[in-house]
Design a protein around this ligand. Structure first.
Ligand code: S3P
Length: 434
């Protein structure tokens, strides 16, 4: 499905975001291996999380979705059943990496696979530590990518120093650690999102984190909970950026997650001069707040490597903001963007250049030269401006924002992928645009 986006003047109004994708995945996984019932409100029924739901249903877990309410009848640590087919996880790296941690400790064999993009994503980063724990798993094509064949085994706890900061890898090891013999600890080079740690603690696991080292003990039973999933800040960022760059805009995004390991994007944008107000902050197991965003004159900034894991999913939107910030914005240490759903460095370069933005890459630093006027595609005189999502949800939404802020009608190819994380994106866009 392609979409045509017309330039818009501004966005105004109030909106609520779909549930956080990372938290929704974890809720299904941890709720399934907990005892008793788990109920969640504001569950994200996007394609990725539904893959996780389907996988656990195939392993015998009763899961019901009614609107945005999700109910799971937990089966306990050892209650999962061998699925009768391979587990197809679509486009979802989070499903695959976290699920592999849980499956490493089961007493049955499984195959994890996915779509064209997922079967090209690096899995050595989980294969190596899981093997150290005694898991039997391999990349079937021997290329370090899915499909993965897993045979559950008796695991032993390890102390693992992660070479890259990745919440998915950290979570995989911690979840496997629940099934291990003895303590498991993980040290990351930079802090990544801590949703797994928070949720495991809430459900009753023995887990502690200090100075980027997290340790978990096996054997403590998990107990189902009732929770409200905050709105996804990685979805909110598209409207935050649009509100900042379109003069006269003012929007309020309610009940959005503001976990300190996810909110660095607000700090980066504020450093660029963004007018973003935080109200009604509540500190449940995952902090939530309302964000009020007013259009602002942005200036460039330097994002350092340490910040990148905490804004990793917001970088496509940040590149669009940088196109409107006076000066050259540098995003350093952005190499992980090359191994997301698509190579997001290449797709930002290709698309934003089409829109007349001066963007380049030096090693693993992205450089964007911003101007305080509507971006203007060079090609418009010769014909249609065509942008491409390359099948990547975040690229698709970032390009909708860029196109709406430009001075031309743009066609964006292949936007059905937006269903991965934000099924109502166009409804919210149409409601806010003025
Ligand atoms: C996620 C972690 C991030 C992020 C992904 C979701 C998670 O990946 O890009 O969209 O839910 O743990 P990495 O941890 O591999 O960087």
């Amino acid at each position: 499905m392609d979409v045509e986006i017309n330039p818009i003047d501004k966005i105004v109004g109030e909106a609520k975001m779909p549930g956080d994708k990372s938290i929704s995945h974890r809720l299904v996984m941890i709720g399934s291996i907990a005892k008793a019932k788990t109920v969640a409100k504001n569950f994200l029924s996007g394609d990725d999380c539904l893959r996780t739901v389907e996988a656990f249903k195939k392993m015998g877990v009763e899961i019901k979705i009614a609107g945005d309410k999700l109910t799971i009848k937990g089966v306990g640590f050892n209650g999962l059943e061998k699925p009768d087919t391979e587990l197809y996880l679509g486009n979802s790296g989070t499903s695959m990496r976290l699920l592999a941690g849980i499956l490493a400790g089961q007493n049955f064999e499984t195959v994890l696979t996915g779509d064209e993009s997922l079967t090209k994503r690096p899995m050595k980063r989980i294969i190596e530590p899981l093997k150290k724990m005694g898991a039997e798993l391999s990349s079937i094509k021997n290329d370090g990518c899915p499909p993965l064949k897993m045979k559950g085994s008796r695991l032993k706890g390890i102390a693992y120093k992660m070479p890259i900061a990745s919440a998915q890898v950290k979570s995989c090891i911690l979840l496997a650690g629940l099934y291990a013999n003895g303590k498991t600890s993980v040290e990351e080079p930079f802090q990544s999102r801590d949703h797994t740690e928070r949720m495991l603690k809430l459900f009753g696991a023995k887990i502690e984190s200090r100075n980027r080292i997290t340790q978990v003990l096996p054997g403590q039973p998990l107990l189902g909970k009732e929770i409200i999933i905050p709105g996804d800040i990685s979805s909110a960022v598209f409207f935050i950026v649009l509100g900042l760059i379109l003069p006269g805009s003012k929007i309020k995004i309610v009940d959005v997650g503001i976990n300190p390991t996810r909110s660095a994007i607000i700090e980066v944008l504020k450093r660029m001069g963004a007018d973003i107000r935080i109200d009604r902050r509540t500190d449940a197991f995952e902090p939530m707040c309302d964000l009020t965003v007013s259009s602002s004159s942005l200036k460039s900034t330097i994002v350092i490597e340490e910040e990148v894991p905490q804004i990793i999913d917001e970088i496509p939107a940040l590149c669009v903001a940088a196109a409107y910030a006076d000066g050259v914005t540098e995003i350093r240490g952005a190499g992980e963007l090359r191994v997301k759903e698509t190579d997001r460095i290449s797709s930002m370069l290709e698309n934003l250049r089409q829109l007349g933005v001066s963007i380049s890459v030096k090693g693993i630093t992205i450089l964007v030269e911003g101007k305080r006027k509507r971006i203007s595609p060079a090609k418009k005189a010769t014909g249609e401006v065509i942008l491409n999502s390359f099948g990547d949800h975040r690229t698709a939404m970032a390009m909708c924002v860029a196109a709406a802020s430009s001075d031309s009608i743009c066609k964006i190819k292949d936007v059905a992928c937006i269903n991965t994380s934000f099924p109502d994106f166009f409804d919210v866009f149409n409601y806010l645009k003025k």
